[in-house]
Design a protein around this ligand. Structure first.
Ligand code: GAR
Length: 188
């Protein structure tokens, strides 16, 4: 069995979709959900789905104990599902980490580019298309190897909210499957 830990900072609709996808899966188990935001709705979603959830501080994230805890849980993969902190180097060294970004990287990536700020910039610049990038995490924001990209149109009448909804649909469709495919190919 391959154990996943999901890190998320906000609503957690992707986290929920991943948990539901892997429920009763023969090979993959969502072990726990971790958030850097106390009271983030993702923690409630996890509890409602019977998955352990944890809040952590920046000090805990930067220290060694959280790594040990995740290793003791036999976590084979960390999935970032709307997680907004840069992952520190000792995490990148200790775990394979997959992130989802709500744009076609390398465009609209990097520090400060997350969630609605990405969609606002794309609508403001009157882009014709956007999409999602699922990628491995390295020590720089949004720079790791791409695993999958999927595109969608951006319409002249779009707002950041209507675009976000279209992007979320792509995320729900592709993210769990991309995780499963990665674990089938490369999971330890
Ligand atoms: C998702 O659209 C995800 O791509 C984005 O945050 C949203 C979280 O939504 N992630 C980033 O912007 C990371 N740079 P959710 O909480 O409903 O899953």
């Amino acid at each position: 069995m391959k154990n996943i830990a999901i890190f998320a900072s906000g609503s957690g609709s992707n986290a929920e979709n991943i948990i539901v996808y892997f429920k009763n899966h023969p090979m993959v188990r969502v072990d726990s959900v971790w958030s850097n935001k106390r009271g983030a709705f993702v923690l409630t979603r996890a509890q409602n789905l019977g998955v352990e959830s944890h809040y952590f501080t920046r000090e805990e994230f930067l220290g060694p104990a959280m790594i040990t805890e995740l290793q003791n849980r036999n976590i084979g993969l960390i999935v970032l599902a709307g997680f907004l902190w840069l992952v520190p180097p000792h995490f990148v060294d200790a775990f394979t980490i997959i992130n989802i970004h709500p744009a076609l990287l390398p465009a609209y990536g990097g520090k400060g580019m997350y969630g609605s700020s990405v969609h606002e910039a794309i609508v403001h610049n009157q882009e014709k298309e956007s999409g999602i990038t699922i990628h491995l995490v390295n020590k720089e924001y949004d720079k790791g190897e791409h695993l999958l990209q999927a595109k969608c149109p951006v319409f002249p009448e779009d707002t950041a909210d209507t675009l976000a909804a279209r992007i979320h649909e792509l995320e729900y469709k592709y993210f769990p499957k991309a995780i499963e495919d990665y674990l089938n190919r490369c999971g330890s």
